[in-house]
Ligand binder design. Sequence first.
Ligand code: HAX
Length: 440
Amino acid sequence: MEYIKNRFYEKAIKCSAEFQRIKKDYGDVVLGQVTIDQVFSGMKGIPALLTETSKLDANEGIRFRGYSIQELQQKLPKMQDDGEPLPEGLFYLMMIGEIPENDDVINISKDWATRNHVPQYAFDVIDALPKNSRPMTQFSCAILSMAYDSVFQKAYRAGVNKKFYWDFMYEDVMTLIARLPRIAAYIYRRMYHNGEHIEPNPTLDWAGNLAHMMGFESTEVKRLLRLFMVTHADHEGGNVSAHATHLVGSALSNAYYSFAAGMVGLAGPLHGFANQEVMDWIFEMNEQLGTDEATDAQIAAYIEQTLLQGRVVPGYGHAVLRITDPRFTILQEFAEKYIANDKIVNTVNAIYRVAPPILEATGKIKNPWPNVDAISGALLNHFGITEHNFYTVLFGVSRALGVMASLVFDRLYNLPIERPSSFPLSWFQEKAEVNKKGNC
Ligand code: HAX
């Protein structure tokens, strides 16, 4: 099991040396200017974070270490007769920067299988919450509680030298990722299957085991969850869940604290909760119309109504992307391949025909195209995971792969505590006035 860790260190230590060199020799190089608009609109486009695992291009979409998801579907190892890449392979790629061999993936799968025991106290924390607490509340509380087991925290308290932080962080990261499917499945079975829990199967892969512990044994659900885990794993460093994890980690908080912070961010409706909101929004429309086969004209009217109410159309728009999210397209292709006829999937496709011109016509929405959340719930729903409330937890399990890999890099690079400057409105007012005068 040390093989992956050693391989990571061997590759990443060279990057760490390069990081130090750039910092020392080129620390005063100017990267760009910051406008008031950028600050006032959520720091969009300011080059402010160092993230190795993936890069998002507004007009192309996500690339993981240079590979698009389509390329990963071709190149990453798969289960036999499955067709979809294994998330273990993506984790290897994000950590090490190379496409793994089958053995590398098996190695990670086995490592996670040996670490997946969840302590009873984490289940007790979940059980202490009301059964109808939001699944993301239960998920975040369980994660936070497991900080008790953090080896990073113990090593820090024992006074370990900072050059070894990454090693202890790696151990926490691997253990936390390994435990997440069990925790997610525990919440699922608690809420929707009378608390009849299913033990992990040590012979299954990480995502296959998640399906198994949720109570789904079919190839279809395992295949879908593998793809779901790959498509949602990372979206560079600035999104709320990734940035929150990184920010909290910069205070040398352990992996459990940092990831819990990320998950609380993911639970917001403008971020990961949108996958649930999309389904609720579609079901509300169907109820309002009294049909589950709304026409394009009916959908258009429903979108107009949503906008008039001052609400967002969930699943549409993006803070960075300016095209249809390639993750949406990948899941749409999956639906075309494996789902013959499903009314919700048909409605998702109809919304894709109808929504963009309406959103564009508002004149203010920068990206009128669908994001991944516009379709993921429809696929889960089709294959029997019908509890929409739970969808963000699945997103959270997946997101661990990217943000946890980044946390190991953060500690290897010894990135300092994050501390941007903030100012009152009067400061911006003053800057604006001075600038205006300067331009006269
Ligand atoms: N429906 C209605 N209005 C929208 C909109 C949508 N789908 N998307 C953007 N807008 C509005 C914004 O609310 C903003 O309005 P105000 O000027 O009145 O405040 C205006 O258009 C400009 O926003 P923007 O610059 O285009 O978008 P932002 O970068 O501010 O926000 C969001 C990006 C993803 C949050 C936004 O598009 C949105 O709210 N979408 C719907 C929710 C959603 O699908 N979220 C998931 C995003 C993907 C993700 O993170 N998944 O986890």
